[in-house]
Every structure is written in C-alpha cells, then in structure tokens.
Design a protein around this ligand. Structure first.
Ligand SMILES: [Zn+2]
Length: 159
C-alpha cells in the first residue's frame, strides 16, 4: 500500500490514531483544536495524542491522496447501487424485470452492497486519519450509508 504520500505520512501518526481508535477514542479536529473523547484511564494514549497533536491535526485536515482510491470507487459504487435498487423496485411493481433477471440482479446488488460496506471499513482502517463521508454525504433516502452518516451521534462533540 502507498503508506507514504509525500507528506511524511509514514510517521507515527497512523499508528497513534489506530491505537487510539482501538482503545475506544474518538479523535477529531474542531476548528484549530483537536477534540478527543475516550477512556480517561488510557493516559498512555492521551499522552501520545498530545505529543503528536499538530501532526494529527495536519493529517486529519489533509487526507492523503490514497484516500481517493477508495472514495472514487465508493462514489461510483453508490451510483450503481441506487440505479440497481430503482430497477429492482420497478421490477417488483411493474413486472418489468423477469423473475430470473430480478433474482440475479438482487444477488449482484447484495454482493456489491457488501463490497461497498467493506470498502468503507477498509478505508477507515488503512487511513485512520480519514474523517467524514467518503461520498460527500450519503443521501438520507439512500439504501446505503457509510459509517459516518449512519452514526452521526458518534462523530458529534461530546457534551
Ligand atoms: Zn456517508
């Protein structure tokens, strides 16, 4: 994988963010500040985050180029899925799709839906500095939504 993108990304930041996530931390940028929520008992993680604060802000606000490898596939993926979903609904109501075609399409839909979710998971695992929605905001009526759009409460600042 392209772990270095010319921004010195190969540094400790990815490791720190991964460790933080695994320990149950949410790390995000709020304006110029870093917003960190998580278990107070993990002062080791908090120290790491504090130590690399500036670099973490830089990493989150400037996602590496490799992210687009995922977001582009996910954008065309979500288009395919919504087109397919419309066809499936059409077929179900108008009989426009024969039973066998409809079944094959439903299978393809399910397989691609799973692929799409896996891309979302992989993107956030490979690039733990990535924040937000990979497709620029999943539509509310969409049949799929990314982890960010599906769980807005988690990404909101804690009171
Ligand atoms: Zn989304």
């Amino acid at each position: 994988m392209d772990d270095i993108d010319g921004r010195g990304r190969s540094g400790p930041i990815v490791g720190v963010l991964r460790a933080a996530r695994n320990a149950g931390f949410a790390v995000d940028v709020d304006g110029e500040k870093l917003r960190v929520t998580g278990p107070q008992t993990r002062s080791d993680i908090l120290d790491e985050i504090r130590e690399h604060k500036a670099a973490i802000i830089e990493a989150i606000t400037h996602p590496p180029a490799g992210v687009s490898h995922y977001t582009e596939r996910m954008k065309s993926g979500i288009e395919w899925l919504s087109t397919c979903w419309d066809k499936l609904l059409d077929g179900a109501t108008s009989g426009g799709v024969s039973y066998n075609d409809g079944e094959a399409m439903a299978d393809a839909f399910a397989a691609n839906l799973e692929r799409w979710y896996n891309l979302d998971i992989e993107l956030r695992r490979v690039y733990p500095e990535f924040r937000g929605c990979p497709v620029g905001g999943c539509r509310t009526e969409a049949i799929v939504s990314c982890m960010h759009c599906a769980a807005p409460a988690e990404s909101r600042p804690q009171p």
